[in-house]
Design a protein around this ligand. Structure first.
Ligand SMILES: [Zn+2]
Ligand SMILES: [Zn+2]
Length: 317
């Protein structure tokens, strides 16, 4: 539920040049405009389920893209089954769009393969048609050991490229060099798992196994555990237990009820799982490659720079 400080659910995942939006609660486009990220011309939006707090921001955002004159760039919206039905009902409000809009209904396990990573929807426990999403990077090739290659007499050039790709090469003097002699073990990619709304469930533990970041809802604190169970939501303690069982590196709690501010949920979760954060709007989670450090909360990192003070504006006039 929105408060003066918090907007309903939406999370932007940036990876290289990709901008993926997960859920689009009311006011998402304005929150993006207010942020230092801005409202980019998104190409993909992933909906976890069709409760109003997760999609009401879409019609307005789709209209804004149209009003900006977007025509060439297509937009794809992914979601569980029922997505086409939802848009059938939204059509009268959205009207005709000048760009191509594609709706893709996904079932758990129907991964989208993307070259160096995949996006995999998984089942959660929040009514029939609800999905979580995992972005899973493939393993990266190992580090190339230049000093050893030099010592072995591998000339700079295509031979090194073939070794880097895992092939063996034969040197001009007839000696063979195997890739394993100069290329280290392959390095793991990163995994980010986003649950959407859910009660604690083994399918999330499985999807989040060893993940770098688990973004798990924590609507309630433990004092409201009955209410959480009735409404198929989680308490902070529930989410922490899932994170502990899955062995993730960082637990990120979202979807906080208006009754809570964050710190009390963080305290509850940290008794079970120490590496827990509860971000506020405009906070950023940085997810480095595993060998470069741990995922980290950057408070207010997407907050816009403060506006020019009034006096400065007056002077410039
Ligand atoms: Zn819901
Ligand atoms: Zn919700």
């Amino acid at each position: 539920m929105p408060t003066a400080q918090r907007a309903p659910s939406s999370l932007l995942l940036r990876r290289g040049g990709d901008r993926l939006l997960f859920d689009c609660g009311e006011g998402t486009q304005r929150q993006l405009q207010r942020s230092s990220v801005g409202l980019a011309e998104l190409e993909e939006v992933f909906l976890s389920h069709f409760h109003a707090d997760h999609f009401l921001g879409l019609p307005g955002m789709l209209k804004t893209f149209a009003l900006r004159g977007r025509t060439e760039l297509p937009l794809t919206i992914y979601g569980p089954r029922g997505l086409r039905d939802l848009f059938g009902r939204l059509r009268p409000f959205v009207g005709r769009l000048p760009y191509e809009l594609t709706l893709v209904e996904l079932a758990p396990g129907e991964a989208l393969e993307r070259g160096d990573h995949r996006i995999e929807p998984f089942a959660v426990d929040h009514g029939a048609a609800s999905l979580g999403y995992a972005l899973i990077e493939h393993e990266r090739p190992g580090r190339f050991d230049v000093a050893t290659a030099d010592a072995l007499g591998v000339p700079p050039g295509p031979e090194r490229g073939r070794l880097q790709r895992g092939e063996a090469v034969t040197l001009p003097d007839g000696r063979a060099v195997a890739a394993a002699e100069v290329v280290g073990p392959s390095r793991p990619g990163r995994t980010v798992v986003i649950t959407g709304d859910t009660a604690p469930t083994p399918t999330v533990v499985q999807a989040a196994h060893g993940a770098d970041v688990l973004v798990h809802e924590a609507t309630f604190a433990a004092e409201e555990r009955e209410r959480a169970a009735e409404t198929q939501h989680s308490t902070a303690a529930d989410a922490a237990e899932v994170a502990r069982l899955a062995g993730v590196r960082l637990l990120v709690l979202t979807h906080v009820s208006t009754r809570y501010f964050g710190p009390e949920l963080a305290r509850e979760a940290r008794e079970i799982f120490a590496d827990t954060v509860v971000p506020r709007d405009f906070d950023v989670i940085e997810v480095p490659f595993p060998e470069r450090g741990r995922p980290e909360l950057r408070k207010g990192a997407a907050r816009p720079a403060p506006a020019e003070p009034r006096s400065a504006v007056a002077e410039s006039l």
